[in-house]
Write a protein that binds this ligand. Structure first.
Ligand SMILES: NC(=O)c1ccc[n+]([C@@H]2O[C@H](COP(=O)([O-])OP(=O)(O)OC[C@H]3O[C@@H](n4cnc5c(N)ncnc54)[C@H](O)[C@@H]3O)[C@@H](O)[C@H]2O)c1
Length: 344
């Protein structure tokens, strides 16, 4: 990946990032474009409801960045893209990602996340791409209170989003087993930071509280989640991109874990500036739970630690930066207000 490939435009490496106007991939693109002028970074995004090109304002006019609006499920378009752009590396993020929505429209999740991935894999394989990184999730393991999952643990998804990601992983691995097409899979904990559409728990609670509204907590709020700051995930993915082994799976976990109700309490205390427990409880509203809400996902991440990656951003710093960002950027998405309603 370091040598000049002699491809048009004089770039050593031509990367296709899918879903780049969404949350995590926008951070990935900014990092690649700013720190790697030798790469051409092509962002393929359908611009779904949760996407915002404002996430990419800081690099939109850079010579080593290009945006293409399109759908990963459109096989004709995807094939032509690979033929025209001479892609070397694919970082595949694009997906339907909202677990609550997946219970309502599981077929859409299966189609975009699984068939879309298959379409992209086929085109990438035919174009002899040198590395294909598939961004998967810890949710493929299903929840467990005690067990810490490693990469060999069985997949037991408990919602249609996780099932569609697990099915997509199977296609990714099929291309490795059958063709030795150089794929790598990452399974990441929950990610937080700027640019995330406020349907997800952290930006939702922040935005509600910034509008002086209560946090809506699904079920008991006792379910815990591990969180990683977006820049740590970008570093992990860069590590996998550079030294991850073909055919391998890497967990990207964090040892920071918090229950949803404790998360709400911390955000209330920060944003409503209170230390009173009674006052804090007044900002918490308990709403109907998801059909299945895994209590905990815990992962072992030794495999990626052995590649030299460790998370660096402390929760306190990361959450302060995130809260500050939403103060000025909540309206970066169209019709974003309805994302704050409880999901019932
Ligand atoms: N956010 C997390 O906590 C988390 C954790 C683990 C894994 N992941 C995985 O990381 C990836 C990115 O997650 P995110 O939270 O940043 O997502 P997101 O929902 O913020 O963004 C998804 C992006 O994909 C685009 N997209 C959707 N369907 C498309 C299609 N058919 N064609 C082209 N583009 C399409 C959307 O427009 C959007 O820009 C996903 O694959 C997700 O499963 C996310």
């Amino acid at each position: 990946m370091q040598e000049d490939s002699g491809l048009p435009g004089g770039f050593c490496t031509r990367l296709l990032v899918t879903g780049g106007a969404g949350f995590i991939a926008s951070h990935m693109i900014i990092s690649l474009v700013e720190n790697h002028p030798e790469y051409l970074v092509i962002n393929l995004d359908k611009l779904d409801y949760c996407a915002s090109l404002k996430n990419l304002d800081s690099i939109a006019n850079r010579a080593n960045y290009k945006f293409l609006q399109g759908d990963i499920c459109d096989s004709h378009f995807v094939k032509q893209l690979f033929e025209a752009e001479h892609i070397d590396v694919v970082l595949h993020f694009a997906a339907q990602t909202h677990v609550d929505l997946s219970f309502l429209d599981s077929f859409k999740f299966a189609y975009v996340n699984t068939c879309g991935t298959h379409i992209l894999l086929t085109a990438a394989y035919e174009a002899s791409v040198k590395k294909f990184v598939y961004i998967s999730t810890d949710e493929v393991y299903g929840g467990s209170l005690e067990e810490e999952f490693d990469e060999t643990s069985p997949k037991r998804p408990t919602n249609p989003y996780a099932s569609s990601k697990a099915a997509a992983e199977s296609f990714v691995l099929f291309f490795w087993e059958r063709y030795k097409f150089p794929v790598v899979i990452t399974r990441c904990s929950n990610v937080y930071g700027p640019h995330q559409y406020p349907e997800k728990v952290i930006p939702k609670f922040i935005s509600l509280l910034q509008q002086n509204r209560k946090c809506c907590i699904q079920g008991t709020g006792r379910q815990t989640r591990s969180f990683l700051y977006a820049s740590d995930v970008v570093d992990a993915l860069l590590t996998v991109l550079k030294v991850g082994k073909a055919g391998e799976i890497y967990n990207i976990g964090s040892n920071f874990e918090i229950s949803v109700s404790q998360l709400a309490r911390e955000l209330i205390q920060m944003i409503q500036n209170t230390s009173s427990e009674t006052e804090t409880e007044c900002w918490m509203d308990y709403v109907k739970d998801r059909p299945v809400n895994d209590l905990r996902y815990a992962m072992k991440s030794e495999k990626i630690h052995n590649l030299g990656w460790r998370p660096k951003v402390h929760w306190k710093d990361g959450i302060e930066r995130t809260v500050a960002w939403y103060k000025n950027n909540f309206h970066n998405w169209k019709n974003v207000e309805h994302a704050l309603e409880p999901f019932i």
